[in-house]
Write a protein that binds this ligand. Structure first.
Ligand code: FAD
Length: 431
């Protein structure tokens, strides 16, 4: 069979772009197709009134330059990207108290008003984490067996609601401890100068220099197989509806689970990816002339029922807003079916927390509640893949983080390395 490319990658989100860059760096011929008119998926921005409004990620790289994503960008690909740590690890906004900031992970104990709570957190939760008999129950169940202190529940829900778009009743004890371990080891989050779009633009330029064919407005609609491997993909130009067939030694999908099942037409096999739970995050973008957080940080709002946290990336990267303005981005879980009500309540909470904000300061609100436009498998819900069925079919992105406890874009980067390593080690793949 004549292979047109070494690898075809469907989906130009962070997972697809990282894969294209890493494979092309090793001299592989790569074709990357993206169905939208832009690359980056949920990890880019769109300009609105001079503000860089995120398509998803709020310009935060979870473990800054120390994490696996930072290391991939800076060390492996040597991109001219700068990632700057936030000043504080977290800042806690409890109702009727002054905000409490801490610069290191261990400072989280200061987030609690009483010594009894701090002792509980340290002694009963963190120090004894290896002795938990059943780590597959939900963290909410586990916590309920230990305490009925509402502030402890609110604390954890604020952390996971902001970082993972999950309530603690949606994640297991084991996922929670993996998440806390990574936070402890890797330290503060970082903001890439120029925001996530600058990262994406650099990945695109790098791939272009390595002759990757990058097509926007092109959608993978089906994959053909001969019973033992994927032989071709059918691609639709979303503007002209023209169909083309692409052939490759390896196929990499940076897509959501439901879509993968459709594209593979799994009704014809015994094997099917289980439909996985989806994350339902989103938030508001506000403009503000004065900085609302004062120091760069992840702000957490444990007493709020809707909005869980916020960041102000312009404290590190002022070019994300017009001169003289800050960009203030909140985050929450849009779990309720009634998005309009959830949005209204969240807006009320934000105005109460930051009274200087006015209605006209709201730039937009966005939610990721449905399947469109992207892959939004929730954290900790990693999928097995089809490699037993088709060895040349690979998956990257949110749903395929490789279960090593890396979260968000750090997990996407980890999963991508696994796939790239596997592809490069294929016998038939050696040049
Ligand atoms: C509101 C929100 C805030 C977040 N904040 C942060 C944060 O601050 N830090 C962080 O680390 N993470 C954050 N995340 C998570 C982060 O955005 C994701 O983990 C990451 O962007 C996922 O990348 P991905 O490559 O898996 O998928 P996606 O970004 O979903 O990319 C998939 C791409 O595939 C394309 N596609 C789909 N179907 C096809 C097809 N058939 N053919 C061709 N192309 C197709 C899509 O259009 C899309 O561009 C946030 C997420 C949300 C929703």
């Amino acid at each position: 069979m004549i292979h047109k490319y070494d690898a075809v990658i469907a989906g130009g989100g962070l997972g697809g772009l990282l894969t294209a860059a890493l494979l092309s760096q090793q001299g592989k011929s790569v074709y990357l197709l993206e169905r939208l008119p832009f690359f980056g998926g949920r990890f880019t921005t769109h300009k609105l009134d001079g503000f860089e409004i995120p398509s998803g990620a709020v310009h935060m790289i979870p473990h800054s330059h120390r994490g696996i994503l930072g290391q991939t960008l800076l060390k492996d690909l040597t991109l001219p990207v700068k990632i700057v740590d936030t000043h504080n690890f977290t800042t806690w906004y409890w109702t009727n108290r002054n905000p409490i900031s801490h610069r290191r992970f261990w400072g989280i104990f200061r987030a609690f008003p009483s010594w009894k709570q701090r002792y509980f957190m340290f002694r009963k939760l963190l120090l004894t984490r290896d002795q938990v008999p059943n780590k597959s129950i939900t963290f909410h169940e586990f916590l309920s067996s230990k305490t009925d202190d509402p502030q402890i529940f609110k604390f954890f829900n604020a952390v996971t609601g902001f970082a993972l778009s999950l309530d603690i009743s949606e994640m297991t004890v084991s996922t929670m401890y993996q998440f806390l371990d990574r936070l402890f080891k890797s330290g503060k989050a970082g903001v890439p100068i120029g925001g996530c779009k600058r990262v994406v633009d650099n990945l695109i330029s790098f791939s272009q220099r390595n002759d990757v064919i990058l097509h926007k407005n092109h959608e993978l609609i089906s994959l053909e197989n001969n019973g033992s491997e994927i032989t071709a993909g059918v691609v639709r130009n979303t503007r002209t509806n023209e169909l083309t067939e692409v052939k490759a030694k390896e196929f990499v999908l940076n897509l959501g689970v439901n879509q993968i099942n459709t594209i593979l037409d799994t009704s014809k096999f015994d094997f099917r990816l289980p439909s996985s739970p989806v994350a339902k995050g989103g938030g508001f973008a506000f403009k503000s002339k004065a900085s609302l957080l004062k120091k760069s940080t992840v702000a957490q709002f444990p007493d709020c029922n809707f909005v869980k946290g916020a960041v102000e990336p312009t404290l590190i990267s002022p070019e994300l807003a017009p001169k003289g303005y800050h960009l203030f981005l909140t985050h929450q879980i849009f779990g309720s079916k009634n998005i309009v009500t959830a949005t209204k309540h969240a807006r009320d909470e934000i105005f109460e927390l930051f009274p200087s904000l006015q209605e006209e300061d709201e730039l937009c609100v966005h939610t990721f509640h449905r399947d469109w436009p992207v892959n939004n498998t929730m954290q900790g819900a990693d999928n097995k893949n089809f490699s037993e069925v088709f060895p040349n079919l690979n998956f990257v992105g949110d749903g395929f983080k490789g279960n090593a406890g890396w979260f968000m874009t750090e997990g996407v980067a980890y999963g991508t390395h696994q796939v790239v390593r596997k592809i490069l080690s294929q016998k038939n793949y050696a040049k």
